[in-house]
Ligand binder design. Structure first.
Ligand SMILES: C[S@@+](CC[C@H](N)C(=O)[O-])C[C@H]1O[C@@H](n2cnc3c(N)ncnc32)[C@H](O)[C@@H]1O
Length: 156
């Protein structure tokens, strides 16, 4: 499902020969979407469908107190995106823009971010609303959104 297409007006570069760092995927995201065309362009944290963040068991303790937050920032790895585009023509546009001026999944490090609503915690699964990625997309990180109100639950 890797995206090797390039549209008129887009520019690809040669990638560096080595990576500078490695990351751990902390789990996977379960969503209703199996093809990119089915995914929303941006998630809807009010009306979007419920999605599940399945955190690997080894990180379970790292979820302690997460239910104090109504909103979370989710970072995830767009594993089917190409990484070599510097100019891109977004869907529905006819003029190219720089990769860093877009929220396209195609970028040198294909990390996406979304603010989601936390609906509930089921063991090592966070049930949320507001995602826009394919079923099975690798999860990179979860952080509270301090800009949103907390649930008022006391700090342990
Ligand atoms: C425009 S990006 C926005 C991602 C994130 N909300 C952000 O702003 O960083 C969302 C799109 O990425 C594409 N996409 C979803 N999951 C993907 C994956 N695992 N690999 C590559 N592309 C993906 C879909 O076309 C989806 O509509």
């Amino acid at each position: 499902m890797d995206d090797e297409t390039i549209r008129p007006g887009e520019t690809a570069i040669e990638l560096p020969i080595a990576y500078d760092a490695s990351i751990y995927f902390i789990g996977h995201i379960r969503t209703p979407w199996t093809e990119r065309g089915q995914c929303p362009r941006q998630g809807d944290r009010i009306n979007g469908p419920e999605c599940r963040l399945e955190i690997d068991a080894r990180w379970r303790e790292a979820l302690t107190s997460i239910d104090r937050y109504r909103e979370l920032q989710i970072l995830y790895w767009m594993n089917f995106a190409r990484r070599d585009l510097v100019l891109q023509v977004a869907r529905g546009r006819d003029v190219a823009a720089g990769t860093f001026a877009l929220r396209s999944p195609a970028r040198p490090n294909p990390i996406a971010s979304s603010i989601v609503t936390l609906l509930r915690v089921e063991g090592n699964v966070l049930v949320v609303r507001g995602l826009d990625c394919l079923d099975g997309t690798p999860l990179v990180d979860v952080k509270p959104n301090y800009d949103a109100q907390s649930t008022g639950k006391p700090t342990p």
